[in-house]
Design a protein around this ligand. Structure first.
Ligand code: MG
Length: 179
């Protein structure tokens, strides 16, 4: 279960404290696409997320999108943002994360994974020793399989809170929609 515990749980990427991340020695961000910075199924990124990524890069962070979606979708957003990407990532498998580390030229201890799913983003990141930040999904629209996982996520968070692995406040944050 420890591999499933995120280092941070927040409602939105906009709540990430970049200064604190830097203080931890984090230099790179591997950012999930769907329902993290773009609503699932949408081809439009709200400007607030594009400008957040710009802000992170101006603050000195290297950014790479890591998404299970198809290359055409992922690359369209990556080129708009002028950042590299790894698509069809098959998270939680480690291969795509390792490739992203190579692309950025950083070690696992210098990189954070940011995503909306416990079983892909957080589990995959933790297995490689990356810092993991779970945020709330932007939309309730998702694949049916993802919706099933959400129920499991909620149950797991209750157990984690009971065992003191996450703060009880996480249950409140996770109950809300991001952004
Ligand atoms: Mg996602």
């Amino acid at each position: 279960m420890r591999q499933l515990v995120p280092d941070q749980v927040l409602s939105s990427v906009l709540d990430i404290d970049l200064v604190a991340l830097k203080g931890r020695g984090i230099k790179g961000l591997l950012i999930d696409l769907d329902n993290t910075i773009v609503r699932w199924g949408e081809s439009y990124m709200e400007p607030v997320f594009a400008s957040w990524i710009r802000k992170a890069r101006q603050a000195g962070f290297e950014v790479c999108l890591v998404s299970n979606a198809m290359p055409s979708r992922v690359e369209a957003f990556a080129s708009k943002l002028s950042v590299p990407s790894v698509s069809q990532a098959m998270k939680p498998l480690g291969r795509a994360f390792r490739r992203a580390l190579e692309v950025l030229g950083l070690n696992a201890q210098e990189v954070a994974v940011i995503g909306d799913q416990l079983f892909t983003d957080v589990y995959g990141g933790n297995r490689l020793g990356l810092y993991t930040i779970l945020i709330n999904p932007l939309s309730t629209r998702e694949l049916r399989s993802t919706r099933l996982m959400r129920r499991l996520e909620r149950r797991l968070f209750k157990t984690m809170a009971k065992r003191g692995l996450v703060s009880p406040a996480v249950l409140g944050i996770r109950g809300k929609r991001g952004h």
